[in-house]
Design a protein around this ligand. Sequence first.
Ligand SMILES: [Zn+2]
Length: 358
Amino acid sequence: MAKEFLVIDAHCDAPSQMLRLRDYCKDNDVAQVDFPKMQRGGVGASFFALYIPASLQGEAAYRYALRLHNALAAQMQSAASVAASTPSADAIVSAHKAGKIAVLTSLENASPLGEDLSRLDEFYSLGVRAITLTHSADNQVCDSCTGKGSWGGLSPFGRELVQAMNERGMLIDLAHCSDATMADVLALSSKPVAYTHGCCRALCSHRRNISDQMLRGIAANGGVACMSIYPLFLEDEASRVLAASGLEEQMWIEDEFIKDPSSEQKRRAWEELQGKLNALPRPSVEKVADHIEHAVAVAGIDHVGIGTDYDGIELTADGLENISKFALIFDVLKRRGFSDEDCEKIASGNLLRVLRNC
Ligand SMILES: [Zn+2]
């Protein structure tokens, strides 16, 4: 049923998985996302994020961003018959009409820019159209919601960056930002902004989640807040379950696989750990719908979208183990009384409007 309208996933960490040698043209046995699964799930477009860990800064962050971009560019070339790079809302819509999966490149963490706006132009020329200002730690741009509050919001360079992104029509993403950073950006940005992946803090206390006050701020700004499917953002109980499982202490298995992605043995060890993670009791798709409903109640139907965080999360909501099951979200929303028109706004309409106006 989701095939009736365009569905956009506002956040997917696909390029990181491309560095781990996943081929998105194949229907992989163990994968949250690949192009065949997107087609089956009725997901016509996605923001593929070049995710830069907070541990990398300066030139190391810049070089890593280029590595991710090169991996994505190579994959897009080999996938040319099924997917297209789409640096605008219009390009997304045309690719979808032509039967191709639309991919918009975003940058998760502005650390590769340093304090040099010519780097912003360089990433723009590579097709990047959205930037998540920071990740799990404060950077040269702003404070993170899981940082130390180094700047009290945006840094002086961060203020320049907001203006420069407004001028270039690049989408500012507030996911991972502190409340003070969000408030600074909402006061300063002349264009609509997005919060691409997270859930509602009123329903789950995780620091990554967005407060009702900021949801109202995004609505007043004309922007969009996109809800995730990550258990730890969906309910507080999920954090307790994960901590009690002891599986967090085995995450080094993933690090080993990242370091040596061509090792079959390390891949299998990681897949085995993922199996154990997915065997834990997890919140269901109903919880995802709860967060969407809450965001709609607070921000309004014109300011909510979906950004899963697939390929960047070690476990998913129960029933949404991979993107082929995406349509379940709309089944639940419709059962709860959302109209087709409401669902289309959440699926893509709101995000497309923000992309056009940013
Ligand atoms: Zn993220």
